[in-house]
Design a protein around this ligand. Structure first.
Ligand code: FES
Length: 116
């Protein structure tokens, strides 16, 4: 039913895993920020689709169950450091039942411009 409690496993860039409650439709960027799994610079454009720092990696089975990705998101993913076949931008991704009890990774390799 609509009150059903969903959970998701989040693994941060240091490999720390937490399981957190989440409601259907909740934005994944907000979820990562809420649970302090972000690192400096994560989600820096605050969901305006101009940064690619909110990169998350999904399991293949989950990725395939989600709806189509917008052209705008695909354009940014093209420029995302370490992008994978199952990458999404957290700010464009909202919780669905397909993600219940599944795992999302904050990539370990990130575009830390200036550190290379
Ligand atoms: Fe910048 Fe998602 S927060 S693209």
């Amino acid at each position: 039913g609509p009150q059903e409690q969903l959970t998701v496993n989040l693994i941060n860039h240091l490999g720390k895993k937490i399981t957190v409650p989440v409601r259907e439709g909740e934005n994944m960027l907000q979820l990562v920020l809420k649970h302090n799994l972000n690192f400096l610079g994560f989600g820096i454009c605050e969901g305006t689709l101009t940064c690619s720092t909110c990169h998350l990696i999904l399991e293949k089975e989950v990725f395939q169950k989600l709806g189509p990705i917008s052209e705008e998101e695909l354009d940014i993913l093209d420029l995302t450091c370490g992008v994978t076949a199952t990458s999404r931008l957290a700010c464009q991704l909202c919780m669905t039942k397909a993600m219940d009890k599944q795992t999302l990774w904050v990539p370990m390799e990130t575009d830390t411009s200036g550190s290379k």
